[in-house]
Design a protein around this ligand. Structure first.
Ligand code: ZN
Length: 331
Protein backbone atom coordinates (compact mmCIF):
# COMPACT_ATOMS: atom_id res chain seq x y z
CA UNK A 1 0.00 0.00 0.00
CA UNK A 2 1.06 3.52 -0.80
CA UNK A 3 2.22 5.46 2.22
CA UNK A 4 1.12 9.08 2.13
CA UNK A 5 2.88 11.70 4.14
CA UNK A 6 0.46 13.75 6.18
CA UNK A 7 1.24 17.11 4.62
CA UNK A 8 -0.14 16.01 1.25
CA UNK A 9 -3.48 14.96 2.66
CA UNK A 10 -6.50 16.97 1.72
CA UNK A 11 -8.97 14.91 3.74
CA UNK A 12 -8.39 15.33 7.47
CA UNK A 13 -11.01 13.12 9.12
CA UNK A 14 -14.75 13.23 9.79
CA UNK A 15 -16.58 16.56 9.62
CA UNK A 16 -20.26 15.74 10.24
CA UNK A 17 -22.86 13.01 9.89
CA UNK A 18 -26.38 13.88 8.76
CA UNK A 19 -29.28 11.55 9.43
CA UNK A 20 -33.04 11.49 8.93
CA UNK A 21 -35.33 11.51 11.92
CA UNK A 22 -39.05 11.93 12.50
CA UNK A 23 -40.04 14.11 15.46
CA UNK A 24 -37.85 17.18 16.05
CA UNK A 25 -38.62 17.45 19.79
CA UNK A 26 -37.76 13.80 20.41
CA UNK A 27 -34.55 14.35 18.49
CA UNK A 28 -33.55 17.29 20.72
CA UNK A 29 -34.48 15.36 23.86
CA UNK A 30 -32.36 12.41 22.80
CA UNK A 31 -29.19 14.12 21.56
CA UNK A 32 -29.06 17.22 23.79
CA UNK A 33 -30.98 15.69 26.69
CA UNK A 34 -29.96 12.08 27.09
CA UNK A 35 -26.62 12.16 25.29
CA UNK A 36 -25.91 15.71 26.48
CA UNK A 37 -24.42 17.03 23.24
CA UNK A 38 -24.68 20.76 22.73
CA UNK A 39 -27.26 21.93 20.22
CA UNK A 40 -24.98 24.20 18.25
CA UNK A 41 -27.26 25.20 15.42
CA UNK A 42 -30.95 25.34 14.78
CA UNK A 43 -31.46 26.08 11.10
CA UNK A 44 -33.37 24.69 8.12
CA UNK A 45 -32.56 22.18 5.44
CA UNK A 46 -31.28 24.57 2.76
CA UNK A 47 -32.76 22.31 0.09
CA UNK A 48 -36.13 21.92 1.88
CA UNK A 49 -36.84 25.02 4.02
CA UNK A 50 -39.95 23.50 5.64
CA UNK A 51 -37.67 21.06 7.47
CA UNK A 52 -35.29 21.80 10.36
CA UNK A 53 -31.59 21.12 10.21
CA UNK A 54 -30.47 20.51 13.80
CA UNK A 55 -26.78 20.30 14.69
CA UNK A 56 -25.30 18.81 17.86
CA UNK A 57 -21.64 18.90 18.81
CA UNK A 58 -19.06 20.19 21.25
CA UNK A 59 -18.94 23.73 22.65
CA UNK A 60 -17.86 25.35 19.37
CA UNK A 61 -19.53 22.87 17.08
CA UNK A 62 -16.12 21.72 15.88
CA UNK A 63 -15.75 19.55 12.79
CA UNK A 64 -15.47 15.94 13.91
CA UNK A 65 -18.16 16.41 16.58
CA UNK A 66 -21.16 17.44 14.47
CA UNK A 67 -24.15 15.12 14.39
CA UNK A 68 -26.93 16.69 12.37
CA UNK A 69 -30.53 15.79 11.55
CA UNK A 70 -33.29 16.55 9.13
CA UNK A 71 -36.43 15.79 11.17
CA UNK A 72 -39.32 15.04 8.82
CA UNK A 73 -42.47 14.59 10.94
CA UNK A 74 -44.29 11.42 9.89
CA UNK A 75 -41.57 10.23 7.51
CA UNK A 76 -41.54 6.49 6.71
CA UNK A 77 -39.07 4.39 8.61
CA UNK A 78 -35.85 3.39 6.86
CA UNK A 79 -34.12 0.03 6.98
CA UNK A 80 -30.47 -0.42 7.84
CA UNK A 81 -28.49 -2.43 5.33
CA UNK A 82 -25.74 -2.48 2.77
CA UNK A 83 -24.84 0.62 0.82
CA UNK A 84 -25.37 2.68 3.95
CA UNK A 85 -23.50 4.23 6.79
CA UNK A 86 -25.13 2.19 9.53
CA UNK A 87 -23.43 3.16 12.78
CA UNK A 88 -22.19 6.47 14.16
CA UNK A 89 -19.79 5.98 17.06
CA UNK A 90 -19.09 8.63 19.67
CA UNK A 91 -15.99 8.85 21.82
CA UNK A 92 -16.07 8.84 25.61
CA UNK A 93 -13.28 8.69 28.17
CA UNK A 94 -11.78 5.45 29.34
CA UNK A 95 -13.65 4.65 32.54
CA UNK A 96 -16.93 6.30 31.49
CA UNK A 97 -18.67 3.17 30.25
CA UNK A 98 -20.26 2.31 33.59
CA UNK A 99 -21.71 5.79 33.83
CA UNK A 100 -23.28 5.52 30.37
CA UNK A 101 -24.73 2.05 30.71
CA UNK A 102 -26.46 3.23 33.90
CA UNK A 103 -27.63 6.45 32.31
CA UNK A 104 -29.08 4.75 29.23
CA UNK A 105 -30.84 2.26 31.45
CA UNK A 106 -32.36 5.05 33.48
CA UNK A 107 -33.88 6.53 30.32
CA UNK A 108 -35.15 3.15 29.14
CA UNK A 109 -32.70 2.75 26.27
CA UNK A 110 -31.54 -0.81 25.60
CA UNK A 111 -27.94 -1.43 24.69
CA UNK A 112 -25.76 -4.38 23.78
CA UNK A 113 -22.26 -4.78 25.22
CA UNK A 114 -19.93 -3.61 26.57
CA UNK A 115 -17.59 -5.54 24.34
CA UNK A 116 -14.08 -5.13 23.00
CA UNK A 117 -12.99 -4.29 19.47
CA UNK A 118 -9.52 -3.98 17.93
CA UNK A 119 -8.05 -4.79 21.33
CA UNK A 120 -8.05 -1.34 22.85
CA UNK A 121 -11.62 -0.10 22.59
CA UNK A 122 -14.66 -0.91 24.68
CA UNK A 123 -18.07 -0.17 23.18
CA UNK A 124 -21.80 -0.41 23.56
CA UNK A 125 -24.38 -0.29 20.76
CA UNK A 126 -27.80 1.33 21.07
CA UNK A 127 -30.31 3.19 18.92
CA UNK A 128 -32.15 6.49 19.09
CA UNK A 129 -35.96 6.65 19.00
CA UNK A 130 -35.97 6.37 15.21
CA UNK A 131 -33.69 3.33 15.24
CA UNK A 132 -30.50 5.11 14.17
CA UNK A 133 -27.46 2.94 14.98
CA UNK A 134 -25.15 4.48 17.59
CA UNK A 135 -22.19 3.43 19.67
CA UNK A 136 -20.28 4.85 22.57
CA UNK A 137 -16.63 3.90 22.42
CA UNK A 138 -14.36 4.26 25.45
CA UNK A 139 -10.66 4.58 24.76
CA UNK A 140 -7.63 6.26 26.28
CA UNK A 141 -6.03 9.19 24.53
CA UNK A 142 -8.90 11.25 23.14
CA UNK A 143 -8.00 14.66 24.57
CA UNK A 144 -10.96 16.55 23.12
CA UNK A 145 -13.23 18.16 25.70
CA UNK A 146 -16.91 17.45 25.56
CA UNK A 147 -19.53 20.06 26.31
CA UNK A 148 -21.87 19.91 29.27
CA UNK A 149 -25.12 21.75 29.94
CA UNK A 150 -24.47 20.80 33.55
CA UNK A 151 -26.67 17.73 33.65
CA UNK A 152 -23.84 15.32 32.77
CA UNK A 153 -20.53 15.34 34.67
CA UNK A 154 -17.77 16.89 32.57
CA UNK A 155 -15.54 13.85 32.72
CA UNK A 156 -18.23 11.65 31.15
CA UNK A 157 -19.33 13.91 28.28
CA UNK A 158 -19.26 12.83 24.66
CA UNK A 159 -16.08 14.16 23.04
CA UNK A 160 -17.16 13.94 19.42
CA UNK A 161 -17.09 11.21 16.81
CA UNK A 162 -15.00 8.15 17.26
CA UNK A 163 -15.75 6.38 13.97
CA UNK A 164 -18.39 5.63 11.39
CA UNK A 165 -19.28 2.23 9.96
CA UNK A 166 -20.26 1.52 6.36
CA UNK A 167 -21.96 -1.78 5.47
CA UNK A 168 -20.93 -2.96 2.02
CA UNK A 169 -21.81 -5.85 -0.28
CA UNK A 170 -18.50 -5.45 -2.09
CA UNK A 171 -16.28 -3.90 0.50
CA UNK A 172 -13.12 -3.91 -1.63
CA UNK A 173 -14.51 -1.23 -3.97
CA UNK A 174 -15.15 1.10 -1.04
CA UNK A 175 -11.73 0.25 0.40
CA UNK A 176 -10.06 1.20 -2.87
CA UNK A 177 -12.05 4.41 -3.07
CA UNK A 178 -11.03 5.45 0.45
CA UNK A 179 -7.35 4.70 -0.11
CA UNK A 180 -7.12 5.77 -3.74
CA UNK A 181 -9.20 8.96 -3.74
CA UNK A 182 -9.83 9.96 -0.14
CA UNK A 183 -6.34 9.96 1.45
CA UNK A 184 -7.23 7.10 3.81
CA UNK A 185 -4.94 4.24 4.83
CA UNK A 186 -5.90 0.78 6.03
CA UNK A 187 -5.10 0.71 9.75
CA UNK A 188 -6.45 -2.64 10.90
CA UNK A 189 -8.69 -5.55 10.01
CA UNK A 190 -10.74 -7.81 12.29
CA UNK A 191 -13.71 -10.12 11.63
CA UNK A 192 -14.66 -8.63 8.28
CA UNK A 193 -14.20 -5.08 9.56
CA UNK A 194 -11.56 -2.98 7.82
CA UNK A 195 -10.56 0.25 9.52
CA UNK A 196 -9.37 3.26 7.55
CA UNK A 197 -8.23 6.75 8.45
CA UNK A 198 -6.35 9.62 6.83
CA UNK A 199 -4.33 9.87 10.05
CA UNK A 200 -5.37 7.92 13.11
CA UNK A 201 -7.35 8.47 16.26
CA UNK A 202 -10.84 9.35 17.39
CA UNK A 203 -12.83 11.40 14.91
CA UNK A 204 -10.97 10.18 11.82
CA UNK A 205 -11.88 6.48 11.64
CA UNK A 206 -13.98 4.82 8.94
CA UNK A 207 -14.85 1.15 9.35
CA UNK A 208 -15.98 -0.83 6.32
CA UNK A 209 -17.95 -3.97 7.16
CA UNK A 210 -17.94 -6.73 4.54
CA UNK A 211 -21.50 -8.03 4.20
CA UNK A 212 -21.50 -10.03 0.94
CA UNK A 213 -24.93 -11.51 1.73
CA UNK A 214 -26.41 -8.40 3.28
CA UNK A 215 -29.74 -6.87 2.39
CA UNK A 216 -29.70 -3.42 0.80
CA UNK A 217 -30.60 -0.58 3.12
CA UNK A 218 -33.47 1.77 2.41
CA UNK A 219 -33.49 5.45 3.34
CA UNK A 220 -35.99 6.88 5.81
CA UNK A 221 -36.08 7.85 9.45
CA UNK A 222 -33.37 6.20 11.50
CA UNK A 223 -30.90 6.09 8.62
CA UNK A 224 -27.91 8.22 7.72
CA UNK A 225 -28.33 10.59 4.80
CA UNK A 226 -24.64 11.28 4.26
CA UNK A 227 -21.26 11.42 5.94
CA UNK A 228 -19.03 14.46 5.50
CA UNK A 229 -15.24 14.49 5.59
CA UNK A 230 -13.26 17.55 6.66
CA UNK A 231 -10.90 19.52 4.49
CA UNK A 232 -8.83 22.56 5.49
CA UNK A 233 -10.35 25.13 3.15
CA UNK A 234 -11.52 26.17 -0.28
CA UNK A 235 -8.23 25.34 -2.02
CA UNK A 236 -7.95 21.82 -0.68
CA UNK A 237 -11.63 21.22 -1.41
CA UNK A 238 -11.10 22.22 -5.03
CA UNK A 239 -8.10 19.90 -5.23
CA UNK A 240 -10.20 17.00 -3.94
CA UNK A 241 -12.96 17.95 -6.36
CA UNK A 242 -10.54 17.98 -9.28
CA UNK A 243 -9.04 14.66 -8.22
CA UNK A 244 -12.48 13.02 -8.08
CA UNK A 245 -13.74 14.64 -11.27
CA UNK A 246 -10.67 13.71 -13.30
CA UNK A 247 -11.00 10.07 -12.24
CA UNK A 248 -14.60 9.89 -13.42
CA UNK A 249 -16.44 10.35 -10.13
CA UNK A 250 -19.62 12.39 -10.54
CA UNK A 251 -19.13 15.23 -8.05
CA UNK A 252 -21.34 18.29 -7.51
CA UNK A 253 -20.11 21.86 -7.85
CA UNK A 254 -19.16 23.57 -4.58
CA UNK A 255 -22.31 24.42 -2.59
CA UNK A 256 -22.39 27.15 0.08
CA UNK A 257 -23.79 25.68 3.30
CA UNK A 258 -23.24 28.90 5.30
CA UNK A 259 -21.17 27.14 8.02
CA UNK A 260 -18.96 25.31 5.51
CA UNK A 261 -18.73 24.75 1.78
CA UNK A 262 -19.56 21.33 0.42
CA UNK A 263 -19.14 18.97 -2.48
CA UNK A 264 -21.10 15.72 -2.74
CA UNK A 265 -20.52 12.41 -4.50
CA UNK A 266 -21.28 8.72 -4.01
CA UNK A 267 -18.65 6.14 -3.16
CA UNK A 268 -18.92 2.94 -5.25
CA UNK A 269 -21.01 1.15 -2.61
CA UNK A 270 -23.67 3.85 -2.78
CA UNK A 271 -23.06 5.87 0.40
CA UNK A 272 -23.39 9.62 -0.15
CA UNK A 273 -20.12 11.31 0.79
CA UNK A 274 -19.52 15.02 1.28
CA UNK A 275 -16.27 16.93 1.66
CA UNK A 276 -16.85 20.03 3.80
CA UNK A 277 -14.48 22.90 4.61
CA UNK A 278 -13.58 23.44 8.26
CA UNK A 279 -14.09 27.23 8.02
CA UNK A 280 -16.05 29.36 8.56
CA UNK A 281 -17.78 27.29 11.24
CA UNK A 282 -20.77 27.58 13.54
CA UNK A 283 -19.91 31.01 14.99
CA UNK A 284 -20.34 32.83 11.69
CA UNK A 285 -23.90 33.94 12.55
CA UNK A 286 -24.17 33.76 16.36
CA UNK A 287 -21.94 34.06 19.43
CA UNK A 288 -20.34 30.88 20.69
CA UNK A 289 -22.15 31.42 24.01
CA UNK A 290 -25.53 31.49 22.27
CA UNK A 291 -25.08 28.75 19.70
CA UNK A 292 -28.28 26.91 18.92
CA UNK A 293 -30.61 29.24 20.79
CA UNK A 294 -32.34 30.95 17.87
CA UNK A 295 -33.55 29.77 14.50
CA UNK A 296 -30.83 30.83 12.06
CA UNK A 297 -31.59 31.19 8.38
CA UNK A 298 -29.17 31.61 5.50
CA UNK A 299 -29.17 35.24 4.23
CA UNK A 300 -31.08 34.26 1.08
CA UNK A 301 -33.99 32.96 3.20
CA UNK A 302 -34.28 35.84 5.72
CA UNK A 303 -37.10 37.43 3.70
CA UNK A 304 -39.12 34.26 4.17
CA UNK A 305 -38.56 33.99 7.92
CA UNK A 306 -42.19 34.43 8.91
CA UNK A 307 -43.53 31.72 6.66
CA UNK A 308 -40.63 29.39 7.44
CA UNK A 309 -41.11 29.77 11.21
CA UNK A 310 -44.85 29.18 10.94
CA UNK A 311 -44.21 25.87 9.16
CA UNK A 312 -41.79 24.52 11.76
CA UNK A 313 -42.68 22.56 14.89
CA UNK A 314 -41.82 24.48 18.08
CA UNK A 315 -38.99 22.78 19.94
CA UNK A 316 -37.84 23.35 23.51
CA UNK A 317 -35.00 22.02 25.55
CA UNK A 318 -34.71 21.85 29.33
CA UNK A 319 -31.53 20.08 30.40
CA UNK A 320 -32.83 19.74 33.98
CA UNK A 321 -35.30 17.12 32.79
CA UNK A 322 -32.35 14.98 31.81
CA UNK A 323 -30.25 15.28 34.95
CA UNK A 324 -28.86 12.08 36.41
CA UNK A 325 -31.10 12.28 39.48
CA UNK A 326 -34.69 13.10 38.75
CA UNK A 327 -35.38 16.67 39.77
CA UNK A 328 -38.48 16.53 41.94
CA UNK A 329 -38.61 20.19 42.82
CA UNK A 330 -39.49 22.86 40.31
CA UNK A 331 -37.68 26.14 40.27
ZN1 ZN B 1 -23.67 17.54 5.07
Amino acid sequence: MKTNDNSSKKILGLHHVTALSSDAQENVDFYAGILGMRMVKKTINFDAPEVYHLYYGDREGSPGTLMTFFPYPGIYKGRKGTGQMTVTSFSIAEGSMGYWTERLKRFGIDHTGPRQRFGSEELIYFEDGDGLGLELVATAGDRREGYTYGHIPEKHTIKGFYSVTLNQLRHERTAQFLTGKMDHLLLAEENGRMRFSPSNGAGTLVDVLAMPDGQMGRGGSGTVHHVAFATAGDDTQLEVRERLDSSGVHVTPVVDRQYFKSIYFREPGGVLFEVATNPPGMAIDEDIEKLGEELKLPPWQENNREIIESNLQTIKFDSKKFADKLCTTTT
